[in-house]
Design a protein around this ligand. Structure first.
Ligand code: RIB
Ligand code: CA
Length: 311
């Protein structure tokens, strides 16, 4: 099956690997990349997104900048995980191609409304501010999109920023609440799934052994990006979150899924950004999303390695 996608992102080493996986896969047409503030400030995420598409030899892919902060809250960043550049672990040259001057939200609306209904998939890998702004500009994109496949949220795994909240949802819970309530066909990849996909030494070595410029950058990012989570969780490797969104498009059979009703906490200071998943249907609420709650990690890394070898 082929997919035409827009990637909304805050690179971030795992975002960068997700973008490369998409660009390496003939089943996917990347219509554009929209940057948002998240792991690091917008000035860095937009430049990093341009660096990554150029690393893949795809300077033709438009990169737009969007929100430099959440809808109503101050920005929270994650340099403690991603380093001060957001792409620590590999040294990429400054981007050569200019930033596309359209705002990310305008690009999303223009692209979705300018194509046939049901043909564009939106892949958010970051706080959902740009997506919420696009929905506010043009609510019709919710039903016109083929779907939204996002990385975010957590259920039994607990949060990675607070005990309750995963970073992408925590940073802009109001935006996330609007997205999960918009009526689009939503699939989400929470920490319960991404924490099964660890960048073990063997998996990183298999990618480094490809011995290409792209593979060396990816292995360097993995080595840097994993150190925080290895220390925190005591694991061999860290969870490779965002590329699982792209893998879900390429190889859905690698995942276990369940339709669930999901609500986002926006009021409580204690549980702000919690993705409240009604796994057992106790509320009787109509499910509004498909949760990818398990993944065949070996199958995922085999796919990732095979595709990266093509760049
Ligand atoms: O919680 C993990 C998510 O937060 C990933 O998207 C990572 O890139 C960070 O943005
Ligand atoms: Ca991200």
């Amino acid at each position: 099956m082929s997919h035409a996608i827009i990637i909304d992102t805050d690179p971030g080493q795992d975002d960068a690997i997700a973008i490369l996986l998409a660009l390496a896969s003939p089943e996917i047409e990347v219509l554009g990349v929209t940057a948002v503030a998240g792991n690091v400030p917008l000035a860095l995420t937009q430049a990093n997104a341009r660096r990554v598409v150029e690393l893949a030899g795809r300077a033709d892919v438009p990169v737009c900048a969007g929100a430099d902060r959440p809808l109503i809250r101050p920005l929270v960043t994650a340099e403690y995980v991603h380093g001060k550049t957001g792409l620590d672990g590999a040294d990429l040259p400054a981007p050569a191609a200019p930033l596309d001057q359209r705002h990310a939200a305008d690009f999303i609306v223009e692209t979705v409304m300018g194509r046939e209904p049901g043909t564009v998939t939106l892949c958010p890998l970051a706080p959902l501010t740009n997506v919420a702004l696009a929905l506010a500009k043009e609510p019709r994109i919710a039903s016109r999109l083929a779907g939204i496949v996002l990385m975010g949220g957590a259920m039994r795994e607990g949060g990675n920023v607070t005990p309750a909240a995963e970073f992408n949802i925590y940073v802009d819970p109001e935006a996330a609440a609007r997205v999960f309530a918009c009526g689009a066909d939503i699939t989400f990849v929470p920490l319960d799934c991404t924490h099964q996909a660890l960048t073990t030494a063997a998996r990183t070595a298999a990618i480094r052994a490809l011995d290409t410029r792209v593979a060396r950058a990816v292995a360097g990012w993995m080595d840097f990006f994993e150190r925080f989570d290895e220390a925190k969780y005591g694991t061999d490797g860290g969870p490779l979150h965002d590329p699982l969104v792209i893998a879900a498009l390429l190889a859905p059979d690698l995942f276990a899924q369940k339709r669930v009703a999901v609500s986002i906490e926006t009021d409580s200071p204690l549980t702000r950004g919690m993705s409240v998943v009604d796994w057992w249907g106790v509320t009787g609420a109509e499910p509004n999303a498909t949760m990818l709650h398990a993944v065949d990690a070996d199958g995922f890394f085999a796919l990732l390695t095979e595709r990266l070898a093509r760049l």
